[in-house]
Write a protein that binds this ligand. Structure first.
Ligand code: NI
Length: 139
């Protein structure tokens, strides 16, 4: 049986609004730290999420994971939660957490990790813009 690891990727997309703001700092400092992302009336991003699941082949199917099942998990637990939402106002995870790309990717990781069997390794890449993206976890 082939025990070599192979990675499967699923790319997803969501739109969301946010405001980067640290309530323990004054307005001028927030503006300086977060620039346009500190805009009080929020602004949107088109987020691209790349989910990498690594494991060995299932003998019966020849899959690492059925991408339909993976896609359904992402849809149900991530996209339904975040897509077309105001992250600061609508999503409980960000009630007291600044919705930076770093924090968003870690929140998504926690959500997906709970839904995936432990035999899978999980790694996420989240694009906030075409040029700005984050990866979690880092080896
Ligand atoms: Ni922003």
């Amino acid at each position: 049986m082939n025990q070599k690891k192979i990675a499967v990727f699923r790319k997803e997309h969501f739109n969301a609004a946010h405001r980067l703001h640290n309530p323990s700092l004054d307005d001028a400092t927030n503006k300086q730290l977060f620039g346009k992302c500190n805009n009080p009336n929020y602004h949107g991003h088109n987020y691209e999420l790349i989910v990498r699941v690594t494991g060995v082949l299932d003998e019966q199917t020849g899959y690492v994971i059925d991408t339909k099942i993976l896609s359904d998990i992402i849809k149900t637990y991530v996209l339904e939660e975040l897509d077309h939402k105001n992250l600061n106002l609508d999503v409980a995870h960000f009630k007291n957490l600044n919705p930076t790309a770093e924090n968003i990717v870690m929140v998504i990781y926690d959500i997906l990790r709970k839904q995936l069997d432990n035999r899978y390794e999980l790694k996420l890449t989240l694009y906030e813009t075409e040029r700005n993206f984050v990866e979690f976890p880092v080896e």
